[in-house]
Each structure stands twice: as C-alpha cells, then as structure tokens.
Design a protein around this ligand. Sequence first.
Ligand code: AMP
Length: 212
Amino acid sequence: MNLILLGAPGAGKGTQAELLVKQLSIPAISTGNMLREAMANGSELGKKVKQIMDSGMLVPDDLILALVSDRIQREDCKNGFILDGVPRTLTQAAALDAAGISVDYAVSIEIDDSVIESRMSGRRVCPKCGASYHVVNIPPKTEGICDCCGSELKVRVDDLPETVHKRLAVYHASTEVLKEYYAKQGKLCLVNGDQPVGDTNRDVLKAIGAKV
Ligand code: AMP
C-alpha cells in the first residue's frame, strides 16, 4: 500500500500518519520531519533550508525529490509507505510518477483555514522523534514531555500566526492543485479532518479499504 496524505499544514496529516504506521505496518516518510532533523543536526541540507522553512515557503523541488527517492529505496519501504507532506507541487507529483513510484491512494484531509489557524496555536512537537501533540486535543501524558521519547516538546517556529497564514496561502497556491491531479488518476479520497482524531482515522481507513 503506497499512500499519499494531502491537506493543508495543520490538517492533521502527521497525526494520521503516526496512526497509520502502526495500523498498516509501513513507514511514514515526512519530508517536514526529515528537514527538521537535518536542521537539528546542523547538516548542509539543514543550513540550506532553515530560512525557507522558518518563513513558511517551500523548499526547492530538487532537494525534496532527492530526499524522498533516497528514503523510498530503503528496505523498510518494500511493502509500502505513507508520504506525509510530499508531494507538495505538481513538479514533485510528476517526478514521483516519472520515477515509477506508484501510489494507490491520495487521501486529502479536508479542513477550513479558520479551524487550522486556531488549531496551530496549540500544536507542540517533539524535536527529537517528530511526534506531534495538541495542548487541548491530543495532550501528552505529562505536560510538555513527549510520550514516545521523553524529550521536551516545542512550538515550531513556523507555527507562529503570521507564518501559518503564509503557509496556508502557499498551500492554496501550490499544493491544492494536487487534488485535481490525483482525482484525474482516480486516486483521490476526501476525508473530513474537522472531527476527533479517531473519527478521521476511521474515515481514512475506510477510504483506502483497510481492515485493521
Ligand atoms: P510540514 O512539517 O510538512 O508542514 O513541513 C514544514 C516545512 O518544510 C514546509 O513549510 C516547507 O518549508 C518544508 N517542506 C516540507 N515538505 C516539503 C515539500 N514536499 N516540498 C517543499 N517544501 C517542503
């Protein structure tokens, strides 16, 4: 099962990806997490993308495609994978197709910008393992501490209100068109993201015909 999760920043792709990893026993490939990891490690890639990411703009397609094609070749992807936050442009989607990286479903998690803007202010992420939480909707067991690895949770720089606004504008300008792209391929499923996490998860599983 090769799956793409589409949706605006803050729609809940990362949260759904974490659930699907356990339910489908396939890895999630989150370009956002990979880039944040590169920044945390102070690698060349991390230095190159820091300013772009902090400002809410998109990282150049060639860097993303190199990252993803490298990751997909690893052994753990042989039974499938979940792409979270990639593709984000028509160029990226076309390059995945051209590389023969086939996709069974593109699931778009649908939610209004206004709901996202209020949700993002409560988001907390683990800088070490990438797990994401929400102070009200998905609180960690201990306030401010990651359930998975015990690290201190942080607010993402790009979750600040003006940057969220910018990222939503970038989504509408460059990424939303992918819904049409995958609809034409008969692969698009729309799922309501404005409901409790478990309900969205149930709807995602139903959309992809998965029994867990
Ligand atoms: P995310 O965690 O998916 O919201 O991504 C955070 C940021 O990483 C985005 O705002 C972009 O700057 C960058 N990024 C992540 N994935 C991509 C992608 N597929 N294409 C371009 N930029 C990306």
